[in-house]
Design a protein around this ligand. Sequence first.
Ligand code: NAD
Length: 242
Amino acid sequence: MTLFRLDGKRALVTGGSRGIGLAAAHDLIRLGARVTLAARHEDTLKTAANAIGAQWVVADVSTPEGVAAAVTKAGDVDILVSNAGGPPPGKPSEVSEAAWQAGYDTTFLSAVRLANAVLPGMRQRQWGRIIAITSLTVGRPAPTLPVSNAMRAAVTNYLKTLALEVAPDGVTCNTVAPGYTATDRLKALHDNPADTDKLIARIPARRFGQPNEVAAAVAFLATVEAAYMTGQELLVDGGWSI
Ligand code: NAD
């Protein structure tokens, strides 16, 4: 038997135009899945989708309409990878209500709405994989990422709770928590070379992770072979959390 194939499965990857989402989508395609990428900007999304052989749909998953558009385009979703851009940094005591709301809509509520939209079909087919990208900051809060710290913890516990409900239906729910991974988001958050060197010195692996290294964990959780793994948080962080 060939291990880790996803032939015939359909996947939806949100925030899929670059970085970790795009790398995860590429791995799922290599394993045989038909993948739809959802993101907000048509030009980058179309280029990324064409490069890996995915379908694409312009959708802002912080809104109910965006979630509906993404799920409609993807068809019967067997594998959901919930991954939308991380909230901006700030001082915890100075985050505005608007920024909390934006973080809630984009990071937390998008994961809930997407899961609710794909679950009926997964339950009917008695097979499904719901995977959310979170962060090593769950349980290890980064001092300058208050919204991200809070919302990713919420996503983690929401999916653990959902995992309990849907386990009898053959649906698993897990999170992949990246450490410092070399993407545009990381470059935007850490643009000072001296700070970057200090940060790398604190990572046991002494380097940033690569998007494909996070993607591999996502792809594994999507497989048939990962059927008995649910409600878990898989850290891909070069040893940071040890
Ligand atoms: P990135 O900023 O490079 O890519 C984010 C993607 O999300 C883009 O495709 C963007 O268009 C899309 N996006 C943003 N808001 C969206 C919305 N409302 N609707 C649809 N698409 C939207 O990010 P990345 O570094 O690849 O990170 C992916 C996820 O992993 C993010 O949630 C990020 O916070 C998290 N993460 C990243 C790191 C890291 O070091 N890179 C570490 C921990 C967690």
